[in-house]
Design a protein around this ligand. Sequence first.
Ligand SMILES: [Zn+2]
Length: 167
Amino acid sequence: MARCKCKICGTELNTTEAYKVTVGKINRYFCSKEEYDAEIKRKEKEKEDKDRVYRLICDILNEKEVLNTALWKEKAIWNKAFSDEIIAKYLQENKDYLTSAVSRLSGTEYAKIRYVSAVLKNSLRDFKPKDEEVPKPKVVVIEEHYETKYKPKTRMALEDLEEGYDE
Ligand SMILES: [Zn+2]
């Protein structure tokens, strides 16, 4: 029985009880299959989000590929405070606006990247993705409860308003 460390969280484990993943001749150990699977999923999503941000930037700049390294320098600054997931959501929701704003710029690709970057830096802090307003099933139950509770109040308020208009 040998000691090993979980590659994700660093927990000390015994090789006999740890979850083992073998790639080539190298064994890697993890606390559990669940932890390993979740980490794989997280990494895949991270990559997907990164690709999405890049594709959206290309679309907004109306280029097939953006090779200017300024993009990666700017992106590194965005990522200090924001995940690619949130950046992709912002770009997706504001794609039309940004695309038309960028198309009106007469400058170089570099200037366009700087423009998009400036918008992101100014806007991401207060950005609330639309899909986060959609309640999850668990929340719906609570909202229904509140809705029933407050319905009479709302109706009364509406009636008050209508009466106000009649006078
Ligand atoms: Zn672990």
